[in-house]
Design a protein around this ligand. Structure first.
Ligand SMILES: *Cc1c(COP(=O)(O)O)cnc(C)c1O
Length: 341
C-alpha cells in the first residue's frame, strides 16, 4: 500500500500493514530490544502460552496531526501504566513507561508517510501488545514474551454525521467482582464475542453489561466506558473496580469539569435511574464518543430525550472539546500532549 494512494476520508477501522513495527523479546529475565523490523508475521511454537492459555494483553492509542503541523500522542504514559497494571495481573513482565513510549514514538516516526493529515478525521492507530511465547503444557505462565507495537491508519468514526446507537442490557457478565475486568487482556474480549454476537443478531449495536454481583448497576459495554448527562447538567459515570479504566473517560471527566464547568459524579449508577438521564455516550480511543439514543432492557426500551437522529448537545460539546485538545485547536492541560514529530 502506497501512502499517496490512500483516501483518508474512506479509511475503515481495520488493519493495514505498514512498513515497520517495533519488537522486543523477554528471555532469561530481561528485555532485549529488536527495534524496528519489517516482518509482519510472528513465528510461534504450537504450544506457546498465548495459544494455549490466552496469555496476552494489549493497548490502543492514536497519533494525531495537529493544526500547527505537529504529530502528537495523547497521554501515552497512561497507556504504558495501564499495560504495566495488566502485565502484573496476567503474570507478564512489565515494560517500563519510557520503553513503551519510545517504542510507540519510533513506530510513528518510521511510518510518518501514513499519518493522516490534519482535518481528514483519520488518525494513526497504535497497537502495542504482549504475548507469552514459549511452549507450556501444564497451566502456568510463560517465561518468554514478545512485545510489539504496530501502527495502522484508521478512518474517522464520525463519518458523515454520526447516528446514535441502541444498546441492549446483557444477560451475560463481562467481569467478575474479583476478576480481570479492570485490565486490558485479550481474554476479556474472547469471552465477550458470543454475547456481542447475540446482541447484534437481535439488532443492537452493543451490549450494556451490569455488575455481576447484583445485576443492578451499569458498568460498561464490551469495549467502551459509558457516561450519562443528568437533567441538571451533571456528567455521571460509573465508579467500579470491574470496569476498564478508560483514558478517554478519565480525560472527559476533566474536560467536563474544567472546560465545560459541569459537575462530575463518579459513582455507582443504577439501571433503574437510566430513564431520568438526558443523554448517554460511550467513550474510548477509537471513536472518542459514540452517542447512545436508547437502551433495550428485557422488553422495555429506555429512550434518551436526545433521540436517535443526532448526538445530544452535551455529547457534542464534550466530543468537540476533547478532539480539539487532541488536534491542537483547544489548549491542552499540562502534559496531555506528547510531541512525536
Ligand atoms: C480499551 C477499553 C476501553 C477504552 O479505553 P480508552 O483508554 O479510552 O481507549 C473501554 N473499555 C474496555 C473494556 C476496553 O478494553
Amino acid at each position: 500500500m502506497k501512502a499517496e494512494t490512500i483516501d483518508w476520508s474512506q479509511l475503515p477501522f481495520s488493519y493495514m500493514p505498514l512498513p515497520s513495527r517495533y519488537e522486543a523479546v523477554f528471555q532469561n529475565g530481561c528485555w532485549q530490544e529488536k527495534g524496528l523490523i519489517t516482518e509482519t508475521e510472528i513465528r510461534l511454537s504450537e504450544s506457546a502460552a498465548v495459544l494455549q492459555y490466552a496469555q496476552s494483553c494489549f493497548e490502543g492509542l492514536k497519533a494525531y496531526s495537529t493544526r500547527d503541523g505537529q504529530v502528537v500522542t495523547f497521554r501515552p504514559e497512561l497507556n504504558a501504566q495501564r499495560m504495566i497494571d495488566t502485565c502484573r495481573r496476567l503474570v507478564m513482565p512489565e515494560i517500563s513507561i519510557e520503553m513503551f513510549v519510545s517504542a510507540v514514538d519510533a513506530v510513528i516516526r518510521d511510518n510518518a508517510a501514513f499519518i493522516p493529515p490534519y482535518g481528514s478525521g483519520a488518525t494513526l492507530y497504535l497497537r502495542p501488545f504482549m504475548i507469552g511465547t514459549n511452549p507450556v503444557l501444564g497451566v502456568r505462565s510463560a517465561d518468554e514474551f514478545l512485545f510489539r507495537v504496530f501502527a495502522t491508519p484508521v478512518g474517522p468514526y464520525f463519518k458523515g454525521g454520526v447516528k446514535p446507537i441502541t444498546l441492549t442490557v446483557s444477560d451475560f457478565d463481562r467481569a467478575a467482582p474479583r476478576g480481570t475486568g479492570h485490565v486490558k487482556g485479550g481474554l476479556n474480549y474472547a469471552m465477550s464475542l458470543y454475547a456481542g454476537h447475540q446482541a447484534k443478531a437481535q439488532g443492537y449495536a452493543e451490549n450494556m453489561y451490569l455488575d455481576a454481583a447484583t445485576q443492578s448497576k451499569v458498568e460498561e459495554t464490551g469495549g467502551a466506558n459509558v457516561f450519562f448527562i443528568t437533567s441538571d447538567g451533571k456528567f455521571v459515570t460509573p465508579d467500579s473496580h470491574t470496569i476498564l479504566p478508560s483514558i478517554t473517560r478519565r480525560s472527559l471527566v476533566t474536560v467536563a469539569a474544567d472546560y465545560l464547568g459541569m459537575q462530575v459524579e463518579e459513582r455507582e449508577v443504577y439501571l433503574s435511574e437510566l430513564p431520568s438521564f438526558l443523554e448517554c455516550g460511550l467513550c474510548g480511543t477509537a471513536a472518542i464518543i459514540t452517542p447512545v439514543g436508547a437502551i433495550h432492557d428485557h422488553g422495555k426500551m429506555i429512550e434518551f430525550p436526545s433521540g436517535m437522529e443526532k448526538p445530544g448537545p452535551v455529547c457534542l460539546k464534550l466530543y468537540d472539546t476533547l478532539l480539539g485538545i487532541q488536534t491542537g485547536q483547544v489548549a491542552a492541560p499540562e502534559g496531555w500532549l506528547h510531541r512525536v514529530l
